[in-house]
Design a protein around this ligand. Structure first.
Ligand code: NAD
Ligand code: ZN
Ligand code: ZN
Length: 358
């Protein structure tokens, strides 16, 4: 078990396509744990990484892609804690210092030493500067980063560790701000991997009216299947449509923007009610000007949620095990990873694209 080779989908050089290659199978030392990968999700962030110009991201190439991973504990280092060999787990992907107060609280996504870690180029976590899970095996630095998933199918469990967790964290951020009286409304912009789970999480954990926006009819059909009350294609008058559908024409209480482009942010600002809440999750490169008495509605609060906490991963896994959240997946063999990545890029993926061993 400790020796040999394995397949891995590698980011080789900035700007190059992903490469399916053979690398040495890692050996877990000290606290490390080796996971036999059963599923790895493909995220739009992987495309942002693959398409980044040199020097933009603080990562050193090459590294293996894949930050959304589930599998079985294959081997533990001599000092490892947490799940035993043979247990099935989801991997908590944002790997922090493990020692600051944020990490101690399970919020490694907001590790206080992130900049320091970036400076020594250790990467943000699995598949983001450090070797990730688009491979036969994944080496995890510590058992603290593993969340048991029981008998949840791996293709369900893997997307929960990023698409599910990030959507859950974003919903957790806006939930306390929603009005209790009068029927709250939340707009979800972009119903892809993250967005279709956000719709379900909103339905499972709030009583808000969920209004979905996308540029594709298929995504709106998925939003409908996930429980959205209303869906609309992005059009010049979409802000007006959302304000009307929110009830009373005053605007939506919150927007979850899973695109983050110029057009989606413009729509978000146009649709929001005064005192509303905007969570920008997508990394689409759009910008907003924050200025008092500017274009933003008065009282608006803006957040930039990044991934989620380990306790939140446990919560979203529990929701999935209860059947309250179900990931819509398109599965590809690991050896077809380049084609799977191209399909997401072409805009034809439905729900989450997931790589499984072949
Ligand atoms: P995805 O491609 O699966 O979904 C994006 C959806 O948005 C698609 O359905 C697409 O049709 C739709 N869309 C595109 N442009 C649109 C527009 N202008 N208006 C409305 N809809 C539009 O992507 P994903 O994997 O769900 O990721 C979504 C975004 O979130 C990406 O930018 C990704 O990098 C980012 N992300 C952020 C975090 C975080 O922690 N903040 C975590 C994961 C992903
Ligand atoms: Zn991601
Ligand atoms: Zn830390």
């Amino acid at each position: 078990m400790s020796t040999g080779r394995m397949r891995a989908v590698r980011m080789t050089q900035w700007g190059d396509p992903p490469a399916l290659t053979e690398v040495a199978r890692p050996i877990p030392r000290a606290d490390e744990v080796l996971i036999r990968v059963e599923a790895a999700g493909v995220c739009r962030s992987d495309l942002h990484v693959l398409e980044a110009r040199p020097g933009i991201l603080p990562y050193r190439t090459p590294f293996t892609l894949g930050h959304e991973v589930a599998g079985r504990v294959a081997e533990r280092g001599p000092g490892a804690t947490g799940p035993a060999v043979g247990e099935r787990v989801a991997v908590y992907g944002p790997w922090g210092c493990g020692r600051c107060s944020r990490c101690a609280a399970g919020a490694e996504n907001y590790c206080d030493r992130r900049k320091e870690l970036d400076a020594v180029r250790t990467g943000t976590g699995a598949g983001l500067g450090r070797d990730g899970g688009m491979a036969d095996f994944l080496l995890v630095p510590s058992g603290r980063l593993l969340v048991p998933v029981g008998d949840l199918p791996a293709a369900q469990a893997a997307p929960l560790s990023d698409a599910g967790l990030t959507a859950y964290h974003a919903v957790s951020g806006i939930r306390p701000t929603l009005p209790v009286e009068g029927g709250a409304s939340v707009a979800v912009i972009g119903v892809g991997g993250l967005g279709h789970l956000a719709v379900q999480i909103l339905r499972a954990t709030t009583s808000a009216r969920v209004l979905a926006v996308d540029v594709r009819e298929e995504a709106l059909a998925l939003a409908d299947a996930c429980g959205a009350h209303f869906g609309t294609l992005l059009r010049p008058d979409s802000a007006e449509v959302l304000r009307r559908r929110a009830g009373g024409g005053v605007g939506v209480d919150a927007v979850l923007d899973f695109v983050g482009s110029h057009s989606s942010l413009e729509l978000a600002v146009g649709a929001l009610r005064s005192g509303g809440e905007l969570a920008v999750v997508g990394s689409g490169g759009g910008e907003l000007t924050v200025r008092k008495s500017g274009a933003l509605p008065p009282g608006v609060r803006i957040s930039l949620p990044f991934w989620g906490t380990r306790p939140e991963l446990e919560e979203v896994v529990a929701l999935a095990r209860e059947g309250a959240v179900r990931v819509e997946t398109e599965e590809f063999a690991l050896s077809s990873a380049p084609e799977a990545i191209d399909r997401l890029r072409s805009g034809h993926a439905r729900g989450r694209t997931v790589l499984v061993p072949d």
